[in-house]
Design a protein around this ligand. Structure first.
Ligand code: FAD
Ligand code: NAI
Length: 465
């Protein structure tokens, strides 16, 4: 039986990054993945394919609605969804092949098959053949799966999750999205841009609830422009399929019935930690009531040499959070003292305009009783935004009222996904709003909104407003 220094179960961004870092540090490393392709949710049915379709649909939407404004005549553009999906598959396969290359390069042994614990150091792999390996340390990186509601039967044809929404063969006539969180607004945008009628039903009084309310409002305004309809404060009570028709029944906050008929219903109400088939009990472990593996600050489970990272543990379900934890764990196993500042893990939504934040929001800080000040700057006041025609959005800097330290940044706007990196660096170095206000930002760029918002936060001295 082969014995490894580290056995990683699950090859998503948490698992494969952990394996690379462990191998870099000289540990003999194995990676187990139940599917044939590496990369987990993110590369196969998450981050990468969704962004490929977001980009294709964005191009199409621009061709139909924006090119003419720029003086470009393209006639009557047609969306070929099959081609878009084919392109997406190629992007996924190139990315997944890249992980295989990295495993080979780092001399990591890859096993394909379901990994399950035989005991706290032994993992059985049920693949093409049955194999058993041992690990001095073991890392659980088994990720998450879509959640659903007890009364919804996901038939994966017309009542679907994000996984099927990335593989549709026809543009829906009417897509009803349950849940106005990240998946709902990203994949809702894809199909709205391609011409589908899209209705989002959200339980809370706002969409993208992990951001400040005004950010959700700003995004909603932009999404309404591409035709998306929103039903907020609305509780879904039934979802029925009849042939090609799906009926979603819901109740608004006044108690009125809302009935929507469509051909596709996307259920995107969150994801749940995934440990099915792992046989945690054999290792002396169990899950908490959320299905997560409980870990301490070093990401160790209650059995010291078994770690857990990524979507299967507490915290944001984000690829870059999982990656940070992968590196952390490898270095911790190597006797180092790594650190992760979870407050500085950025949160990004790849709609257009994009949405991004880091640190705490204004509402959360007020709830904590912090004495704060804010400065906002609208994207429409930037020359860069007018030049491109991307004038929707706002950047908000939130700082401590006394010390001026930046405590959070929230933004909606073109390329916010990339712009948020400035705020992450600033906060890592505990910059003040004054620091950002005094730094030169290239003109004309969208990043000037960050400087202007910092100016607004420090004595209301934005220059272009
Ligand atoms: P996963 O990526 O879920 O990987 C876990 C792996 O473990 C899987 O491959 C699974 O097959 C394998 N596995 C499970 N059990 C076993 C077992 N017993 N034996 C062997 N293998 C096993 N995050 C972002 O940061 N940015 C985005 O843009 C983004 N977009 C997303 C879009 C969609 C549609 C979805 C669904 C998610 C998106 N996410 C995004 C979230 C991101 O995909 C996850 O946070 C990330 O994949 C978590 O990584 P992980 O390594 O913890 O788990
Ligand atoms: P989510 O947690 O982002 O949003 C779920 C939404 O559904 C919330 O707004 C919630 O209030 C609503 N909801 C819950 N129950 C409901 C009900 N019964 N009726 C109506 N609405 C209901 O979850 P989502 O969108 O499924 O995504 C899962 C996770 O995947 C995200 O939390 C995120 O971590 C990750 N992800 C990240 C992306 C990114 O980083 N860009 C993109 C896509 C997914």
């Amino acid at each position: 039986m082969t014995e490894y220094d580290v056995v990683v179960i699950g090859s998503g961004p948490g698992g494969y990054v952990c394996a690379i870092r462990a191998a870099q540090l000289g540990m003999k490393t194995a990676l187990i993945e139940k599917y044939n392709s590496l990369g987990g949710t993110c590369l196969n049915v998450g981050c990468i394919p969704s962004k490929a379709l977001l980009d294709s649909s964005h191009h199409f939407h621009s061709a139909v609605h924006e090119f003419a404004d720029h003086g470009i005549e393209v006639g009557d553009p047609k969306a070929d969804l099959k081609k878009m999906i084919d392109r997406k598959r190629k992007v996924v396969s190139q990315t997944v092949d890249g992980i295989k290359y990295l495993m080979d390069k780092n001399k990591i042994d890859v096993y394909h098959g379901l990994g399950s614990f035989k005991d706290a150091h032994t993992v059985e792999i049920d693949g093409e053949k049955k194999e058993t390996i041992k690990g001095k340390k073991i890392v659980i990186a088994t990720g998450s799966k879509p959640a659903s509601l007890p009364f919804i039967e996901l038939d994966k044809e017309r009542i679907i999750t994000s996984t099927e929404a990335l593989e549709l063969q026809e543009i829906p006539k009417h897509m009803i999205v349950i849940g106005g969180g990240v998946i709902g607004v990203e994949l809702g945008s894809v199909y709205a841009r391609l011409g589908a009628k899209v209705s989002v039903v959200e339980y809370l009084d706002r969409i993208v609830p992990s951001f400040d309310k005004e950010i959700g409002k700003e995004l909603m305004k932009s999404m309404k422009k591409i035709g998306v309809k929103f039903h907020v404060s609305t509780k879904v009570t039934a979802v029925e399929r009849d042939g090609d028709n799906v009926t979603v029944v819901a109740e608004d906050k006044k108690g009125n019935e809302v009935k929507l008929d469509g051909d596709i219903c996307l259920v995107s109400i969150g994801r749940r930690a995934y440990t099915d088939g792992l046989n945690l009990e054999a290792a002396g472990l169990s899950t908490n009531d959320k299905g997560q593996v409980e870990v301490n600050d070093n990401l160790q489970s209650k059995v010291d040499h078994i770690y857990a990272i990524g979507d299967v543990v507490r915290g944001a379900m984000l690829a870059h959070k999982a990656e940070e934890e992968g590196v952390f764990v490898a270095e911790h196993m190597n006797g180092e003292h790594p650190h992760i500042d979870y407050n500085l893990v950025p949160n990004v939504v790849y709609t257009w305009p994009e949405v991004a934040s880091v640190g705490k929001g204004e509402e959360a800080l007020k709830e904590e009783g912090r004495d704060i000040k804010t400065g906002s700057f609208p994207m429409r006041a930037l020359g860069r935004s007018r030049a491109s025609g991307d004038t929707d959005g706002v950047v908000k800097v939130i700082a401590d009222a006394k010390t001026d330290e930046i405590l959070g940044v929230q933004m909606v706007g073109a390329r916010a996904a990339d712009m948020i990196a400035e705020a992450v660096v600033a906060m890592e170095y505990r910059a003040s709003a004054e620091d950002i206000a005094r730094m030169s930002h290239a003109h004309p760029t969208y990043t000037e909104a960050m400087k202007e918002a910092a100016l607004a936060a420090t004595g209301n001295r934005a220059l272009h407003m």
